[in-house]
Design a binder for this molecule. Structure first.
Ligand SMILES: Cc1ncc(C[n+]2csc(CCOP(=O)(O)OP(=O)(O)O)c2C)c(N)n1
Ligand SMILES: [Mg+2]
Length: 362
């Protein structure tokens, strides 16, 4: 057989990383040995994310916030990855990354204001390199590659991380972004939260690819699988990818294997399409429980600290709700503003019609 030209030989592989298993046992060689303060901060933020999530869901059920996408079970994937960023790195979220926003200093009051229908809630604090929530699936992957490419051209040591789901990997935007990132070696970390479902479409029907991580190989860069419910493994994989991006060595795709334990959004009923037993099996791999065992074994956590954290977070959340609800959020005209410098007549007509209707309803 005539040998292939060297540049066409393919020897791709995807590695898988886990550090804490489901019973809290640790792989000593891989443990990133973070400081007690950092580990505590990560645990606290995972707990706060879960409490915020639980409360937001309840508020939606009471008609006090609109549609809400829960992140129950994905706390390690979110906090482990975002904790690996430097302040100057850019974050491009989808709509489920409440934990990432909290870690990056977003105020709950504004996060809730957004969920209550105010665009004010999406005002990013000055100097924070956080991007806005992206509802159109996978569009943010292109933004993240663009920002990373700009940083590279400017010679800034800044990377971008982009969050997206398993379903997003079927979108054209994702493939364009991956291709661009590979060709231009942009400092981008593609962070996939493979939570096994895209609304009611299971992962198996989403792609014939055995893993999501291996998609990176086709675009000429590394793909890694990580236990997405293991906060230390997520941290380590992301830190390696961010460091690599900072060194100018190009992009990485991380597939964090996790599970969306709650509904897709509050507009969805998952009991119609998935087994309760499947959900139960993922409860046993709960990311918070596992990390707590690790911390307790190292003497870094106690019931007293847990109680204090819960008390503090409860009052923080209650205060944020009060403040968000006190904001004047009702400017229905805003629906029609800000797209055109001069509003076209059909929009003026629709706006007037809505305002008439609301006046009559009062
Ligand atoms: C371009 C586009 N098509 C369809 C939708 C409707 N939609 C909203 S979420 C979603 C599923 C996304 O699943 P996945 O990427 O796995 O993310 P997850 O919600 O599981 O975090 C779809 C199809 C959308 N928002 N944008
Ligand atoms: Mg999904």
């Amino acid at each position: 057989m005539i040998p292939l030209p060297v540049e066409t030989v393919f020897e791709g592989k995807v590695r898988y990383m886990q550090i804490i298993d489901k019973d809290g046992n640790t792989d000593e060689n891989l443990d990133p040995k973070l400081s007690k303060e950092m580990l505590r901060r990560m645990y606290i933020m995972m707990l706060v994310t879960r409490m915020f999530d639980d409360k937001a869901l309840k508020l939606q059920r009471q008609g006090r916030v609109y549609t809400y996408p829960p992140c129950l079970g994905q706390e390690a994937a979110q906090i482990g990855s975002i904790a690996a960023l430097e302040e100057a790195d850019w974050m491009f979220p989808s709509y489920r990354e409440h934990g990432c926003y909290l870690w990056r200093g977003a105020e709950m009051k504004w996060m809730l204001a957004y969920l209550m229908g105010s665009e004010l809630g999406m005002k990013i604090p000055e100097g924070k390199n956080n991007f806005l929530v992206a509802i159109p699936i996978a569009t943010q992957t292109l933004h993240a590659v663009g920002a990373a490419w700009a940083a590279k051209i400017l010679g800034h040591k800044v990377a971008s991380i982009v969050y997206f789901g398993d379903g997003a990997t079927s979108e054209g935007d994702f493939h364009e972004a991956m291709n661009f990132a590979g060709v231009f070696k942009t400092p981008t970390v593609f962070f996939n939260q493979n939570n096994q479902w895209a609304i009611s479409v299971p992962r198996k029907k989403q792609t014939a690819s055995q893993t999501i991580a291996q998609k990176a190989l086709a675009y000429g860069f590394e793909g890694v699988q990580v236990d997405g419910n293991d906060v230390l493994a997520v941290y380590r994989a992301t830190k390696e990818a961010i460091d690599k991006a900072h060194r100018g060595e190009g992009p990485t795709l991380i597939e964090a294997i996790t599970y969306r334990r709650s509904m897709h959004t509050t507009a969805d009923d998952p009991t119609k399409y998935r087994d309760a037993a499947e959900v139960k099996s993922w409860e046993e791999k709960d990311p918070i429980k596992r990390f707590k065992i690790y911390l307790e074994r190292n003497g870094y956590w106690s019931d007293e600290l847990e109680q204090k954290t819960v008390e503090r977070a409860t009052s923080e959340i209650e205060k944020a709700i009060e403040e968000a609800e006190a904001l004047k959020l009702d400017n229905p005209e805003d629906l029609f503003m800000y797209t055109y410098s001069k509003m076209p007549p059909h929009l003026v007509e629709q706006m007037n019609e809505l305002m008439e209707y609301l006046k009559e309803k009062q």
